[in-house]
Every structure is written in C-alpha cells, then in structure tokens.
Design a protein around this ligand. Sequence first.
Ligand SMILES: *Cc1c(COP(=O)(O)O)cnc(C)c1O
Length: 399
Amino acid sequence: MTAHQAFAQNPVFIPGPTNMPEALRKACDVPTLDHRSPAFARMLAPALAGVKRVMGMESGEVFLLPATGTGGWEAAIANTLSPGDRVLAARYGVFSARWIDLCQRFGLEVEVLDTPWGEGLPLERIEAALRADRTGRIKTVLATHNETATGVRSDIAGLRRAMDRAGHEALMMVDGVSSIASMPFDFSGWGVDIAVTGSQKGFMLPPGLAILGLSDRALAAMENARLPRTYFDLKDMRRSMAAGGYPYTPPVGLIAGLAASVAMLEDEGLAAVHARHYRLAEGVRRAVAGWGLSTCAAGPALASDTVTAVLAPEGCDANAFVARAAGTYGMAFGTGLGQLAGKAFRIGHLGMLSDPLMLAGLATAEMVMADLGWPVRLGSGVVAAQDFYRGALPLAAAA
Ligand SMILES: *Cc1c(COP(=O)(O)O)cnc(C)c1O
C-alpha cells in the first residue's frame, strides 16, 4: 500500500463479510460467561426475538448455530429430510449450485432446473415440476432469494403462489444469506418454512453464526426426518433452548452482537434500512449505466439491492480490476464467480454503508478502470450516482 493509505482503513465493497460498525464490534467483546447461567439466557432471548422480527416471523422458531451460512443450509437439510427424498431446485449462480451440491452429497435426489445466470427463479417451470409430481416425492423446494454471484433477486412471494397453484405440500427453504436484514424479507407472509442467513452479511457482525428461522411445519418435519445429524441437531438445540441454554458451548460474543445488531437495525427502522439499500443499489446501477457497462442481472426487476455484478467490457479482465483495486488503492471488490470468473466484478453494497461511502467506492472503481485502460471516462458513473443520491431522499424500498 502507498504511504498516504497506510493509516486509513477503507470500507470493503464485497458482498460479505460486510463492514462492521464499531458499536457492534464492541458488543461482541464479552467477558467469559457461564453459558449455563441465567445471564446467558438473558442474552440469548433478545437475539432470538430480534431475528424473528427482522425475518418477519409471526410464528416458528429461530436457531443460532456456531457456523456460517453454509452450515445453515446443512442444518436445514439434515434436520427435515430423509434418505431418498427428492428436492426441487433451480441453479442460477454459484450459491444456488452449492446448496444443490450439498443435497447431492447427502444422497438426496435433486431435480435441478438449470436457469441462465442473470435470471432468477423460473416460477413457471417450478410450478410445472410440482404439478408433475403426482405422488408427492418432492419434499422441499430450495430458493436462493438473492444470488450473490449474479446480483439477482428472486421473487419468493411468487414462488409461494406457484407452489399454492400447484397444490403441492413441499416445504419451502430460502437462502436469505445476502438479503435478510438488508432487503425486505417476509417469512410468514411468503409462507417460508426455513430461512437461512449468516452473521457476517446484513447483520454486520464477524462471521461465525448460522442463523435459521423454522416455521411450525418445518419444526414438525424434524420429528420424522432421518438424515444423520449430531452437532447440528435442532431437536437437541430446541430442548436445550427451552431451558435457556445450549447443548454445547455457544458463541456468546456473537450472540450478544446479534442482539445489538437488531437493536441498531430497529433504531434506524427496518423500512428505512431497506430503503437505504435500495437507494445505495440504485446509485450503483446508475453509475454502471454511466460507465456504459451493463449488469449481469437480466432486468430491473431482477436487480439485487445488496450486490451488483458488473460485466467487464469486451476484452477486459475483471480479475485485473479486483487485483488493482486491492493492490493500488487498498479497496476490496468481489471477483466474478463460476462462469463469471474474469468476466464480471461485483460491488457489494449491504450492511454499514451510506451514500458518501458508496461514492468513494464508485470513484475508486473509476480510477481502477482508467488505470487499466478500460473505455470508461472518469466521473461518468460518479456523477450519475451523485445526481441520484442528491435527489433521492426519501424513497420507498422496492417490494
Ligand atoms: C455468503 C453466501 C452464502 C455462504 O455463506 P457462508 O457464510 O460463507 O457460509 C450462501 N448463500 C449466499 C446467497 C451468500 O451470499
């Protein structure tokens, strides 16, 4: 790093882990605590109740596991399904693909609906697949609400309608790792059975917690599910939590941090948090258009409010962009993943970010592109974002 950057810490513009507010870093700093004491139960209760509100859960239960989002997927699958069960899932990016791979490694039969990257859940094909399943072999439908590899938001309310139209009883499991606590999420309204996220994304905490919401139907499915699980057994967890504790040593600091995170989000107001993420994202989208570039998301309704995948101009290497931003300016952007490797870079815009911080990221991105000789004029994106941010307040979040 050059001398003038030595003492500055730039915000990251990766879609997780996200920037941590100082107050949340401090909230995680908890002295040794007996996790079998009432003091721990007093710490756990507000974290569980807070997550329920953030996810929009009117009923059901929240579980906090020492893991990350990936561990949350595993817990969702292992606790509700049995060997030979069939799963229906669309594959439209790296994260939806990894959840499918996890199911396959559990020996489940996955009906995969391959979908072009840049698009979201193929609702008509899902409905058709459910209608064709006359004997009810499909036990669950997987959905990645916000595909972090492509910057695409899928329509979970629409998925519920499609499942209802097909009259199918399958559970609905939603990966909300890069959407929950940043974008609107309506667990009960959408009829979600399991929602999964991790502490290091919208909750702005260090990595280390898998956060799950389970509906009453998902809790009932746990009773007869026969896939093997031990550490992630939510029946054990439920029994211990009923007594205010854990079946093993809990990550006490992260749980304290989670309660503080919810308080911070609710202090801003969840609707305001969602509106801020829409505003940040729309500024980024205008900047991308100002650069004369396009996003991976195939249309405006699909555009994520937490991450934008920007397609590099023809013949330009997106990996060089990410490397130069880090090496020369000390700023982290996301690389293209999977089939987008080298072709796209990603701008993460979730968590602790504001319009001015976003402008710093966009201005730096322009410097990097100019340095690399990409056909992008300095200021072309920044001015588009500035114009939008100046005129944008207040704005409602997109649904
Ligand atoms: C980050 C992310 C994951 C993986 O989460 P980890 O916490 O890294 O295990 C899964 N799904 C989506 C959509 C993500 O953005």
